[in-house]
Structure formats: structure tokens, C-alpha cells
Design a protein around this ligand. Sequence first.
Ligand code: NAD
Ligand code: UGA
Length: 458
Amino acid sequence: MKFSKNILCIGAGYVGGPTMTIIALKCPEYKVTVVDINEERIKRWNSDDLPIYEPGLLEAVRVARGRNLFFSTDIPEGIRAADIIFVSVNTPTKTFGHGAGMASDLQHWEKTAHQIVAYSGKPKLIVEKSTLPVRTAEAMERILSENKKNIHFEVVSNPEFLAEGSAVKDLLEPDRVLIGSQQTESGLKAAQVIVDIYAHWVPAGKIITTNLWSAELSKLVANAFLAQRISSINAISALCEKTDADVAEISFAVGSDARIGSRFMKASVGFGGSCFKKDILNLVYICRSYGLNEVADYWEKVITMNDYQQERFVKKIIKEMFNTIVGKKITLLGFAFKANTGDTRESPGIYVAKQLLEERAALVICDPQALENARKDLAGLDHGVTYELDPYRAVEKAQAIAVITEWEVFKKLDFEKVFSVMQKPAFIFDGRNILDHQRLFKIGFNVFPLGKPSLTHF
Ligand code: NAD
Ligand code: UGA
């Protein structure tokens, strides 16, 4: 079949894979190829055992794969053939040298820019899909324009706002699509090419076009605002525990103000995920590099509060279990950083597990999707850790349960049965406030919700 355009995506991760799947699904006249250096990942994208778990993703992949969606490790050929190249490689926090622990590590991203130059023989439109520091496109343009072949590359920014666990829905029905370009004739023309892709299924009113720098910065700011809301409600959860106020009632009362809104107001053991912390650290780093120290300090507090919330959760477990957990069996219900994903990057579960292990607890980790990643995260430290898929087996002879992830399956457990197989006194620390606390208390548990009065039999 003859395709009207060749789209390439470099990076077949949590963003590249699902985003390109939906583009291929909705634009059958475009050929969409996703390439990666990771052979194992590509192999799995070409099988029914996809490398990431997202509801609805496998069904969508099955429709488009082999029709106009292809996964490959042949990066040079992919670049040669492409008209449009989305760059969706990872941009983690730098772990070395200048800016370590704060700035974005742009080595993968820069490598792709050099590969594009090396293998291109015709003009191409380069789309920044990765989350990048503001003004990165300038550096990208510089590297690309250094080519001796005199090829013109136009760079546009199209940051991704999907959340894991709801990626397919977020891509099919986005709140908005953001496309930033240079405000030149060729820049605006390039932006229109990307608008045309999304216009296949996104209403025109939801496609926002801006200048390049606004698009790049909007992405960092959106994540910072979302994380800030969680840190705000988590800060209040600590105050609630001192005053017998109920954080869920406060979320509802405060969020009912249409100006504030009700979403992203759930107190938790802390936010995780690969991006909130990294993107805020990056924002903080950028602010400091411009000498805006007060602005940097302001946003940095969002992370301080998140660290505090995780620490508070662990301290509470230790304190309430009579100040020692040595040899005590504690079951973590959930390890993924949120429900409906197997991703554990920056999951509060990692911090909680490590701290409890340091206190020499015997841990059981139970998660419907994240056990493979949990094993990797705790590799070398997991002497005394059991990984268990079945929640009922996971709680056998446990003295405490700590809820880390809000999986539906945990809400629906038969807690009478759970109580009957646990050691007594039995404790539940609900780090997500997803359980019926009064009912658990009646069954006999000592219950410690977040930001609500504890219910104990002592
Ligand atoms: P990821 O680690 O899951 O995937 C990145 C992929 O890029 C990896 O498979 C890696 O092997 C590949 N890669 C790295 N260098 C390469 C190269 N030179 N050539 C080919 N492939 C290469 O990362 P992700 O979660 O998909 O995130 C990608 C970007 O999108 C990041 O900037 C992130 O901040 C941003 N983002 C992520 C999410 C999310 O939910 N995960 C949401 C929005 C934005
Ligand atoms: C987040 C953003 O929601 C996406 O828009 C963005 O594209 C993405 O980051 C990114 O740039 O990577 P994601 O991290 O996948 O998406 O998941 P979220 O639903 O935002 O949850 C992040 C964390 O906050 C999770 O640990 C979640 O449990 C926690 N959370 C969320 C709360 O603790 N309380 C809430 O009310 C909401």
C-alpha cells in the first residue's frame, strides 16, 4: 500500500508506543514506525506480550500493527524513510556531574539528534515528544543545522500529557493537544502538519498552537501544578491527623468550589511516577540557572512535602506497631506508583519497602502487575522479601497491611477472611484511603487511614 506520509518515532517506551499506536489507528493513510535501541522491547511490541501494561492498548495495537504500524530496531532505515520524526526518548534526572540530581540528562536526546543528521537525505520535521527543558529546541536546531548536506530540519514541540494507566483514553480523548513552533513561515507550516495529524480525531478547539518555548515550558508547569495539588492535600492530611479533621471531607468541601476543582485532591502515601519529581527538579534547576532562587525554592517545596509524606507513613507504621518491626511480617498491598500500571518508577512503594527492610521487617509484596519491576527495584536488598500475586496468600500470618497502590482488587477483598489468617493484633495502614475503615475496625483491625482519626482497639 502507498502511504501519504512516513512517521517515525524514536523511543518505544510508555509514551512512544501508545502515542504512535493511536496515531496509526486514527490515520490509516500514514505509515507509522516506532524504533528503539532496546531489542527486547521491540520484540515484545511485536508480540501480544507488550512491554507495558495499559488498558485497551493491546486491542489497539492488534488493529494497526502490520497494517500501518511497525516496530523495528532499524533506526538508520527508519530515519532515512521518515518525513516526520517524533523523538520520545527518556530524559531522566542527571545522576552525574554538573546539575546531578536536578537537571535533565539529555544524552539520549542529543544522540538521536546526531543520528538524524547522520542518516537523513531529505528535509524532515522533527517533533519533540519527550519532556525537555525550555529552549531545548534551540539546541536541537543547532545540532541539526550543522549538517553538511544542507538539509533543512524544522523542530516543533508537541509535549505529551497522557497519564499511565489511562494512556489510551487520554490519547483518544485528550483535554488538549499542544503544538509549539517557531513563529516563522516554515515554523507555522510545520505546526500545521502536526495539527493535521491530530485533527483526525481531536476537535479543533482542543488543539492549541503556541510558540516553541511556551509549549516546552507548559509541559513542565502542568506537571508541577498537578504535583503541587497532591503535596497541598498531603500537607493538610498531616494536620488532619493532629486535629481529628477528615482529609477526604476537606477535599470534597474545598474541591466543590468550581474555581478549585475536585480532581487531584486525594491524599496519598506520596506521588510517584517517572515524571513529577524529575520535571519539578528540572523546573527548579532552570529557575536557579536564571537566578530566580525564590521561584526555585517555591517549587522545590512540592518535593520536600512529598518526601515528608512518605517518611511520615513509614514512621507511623513503626510507631503504631510498638516502635519495633524487627521480624514482623508486613504485607504491602501494591507496589506500582498508581493503579492500572506495572510501572514502579519513583513509586512510594520503593521508599516504604526499603525503610521497612532497614528496620528488619519481613516483607511480602503483592501487586497484580508490578512484581517483575518490584523484584528489580529491590534487587540485592530483598533478603527477607516474598513476592506474591494472590492477596490472600500475601496476608497469611502477617501482622500488618500497608496499602500502597489503589488497585480495585484490594478494595474488593473479603477482609473477614483476611483478618482470620493474620496474626493479632492486626494492623492496616491505608496509604490510599481506599478501604472501608469503619468496617475494618468492626472486623477487629486496628486501622490507620491517612489524614483521618485512627480506629484502634487498644
Ligand atoms: P521510556 O524510558 O519508557 O522510553 C524511552 C525509550 O527510548 C526507551 O525504550 C529507550 O530504549 C529508548 N531510547 C533511548 N535512547 C534511544 C536512542 N538513541 N535511539 C532509540 N531509542 C532510544 O520513557 P517514557 O516514559 O516513554 O518517557 C519518554 C519521554 O516522555 C520522557 O521525556 C518523559 O518525561 C516524557 N513523558 C512521559 C510520560 C509517561 O507517562 N511515562 C508522560 C508524558 C511525557
Ligand atoms: C502524570 C500527569 O498526570 C500526566 O499528565 C503527564 O503526562 C505525566 O505525569 C508525565 O509527564 O509523565 P502519571 O505520572 O502517569 O501522569 O500519573 P498521575 O495520574 O498523574 O499520578 C501521579 C502520581 O500522583 C501517582 O503516584 C498517583 O497515585 C498520585 N496521585 C494522583 C495522588 O497521590 N493523588 C491524586 O489525587 C492524584
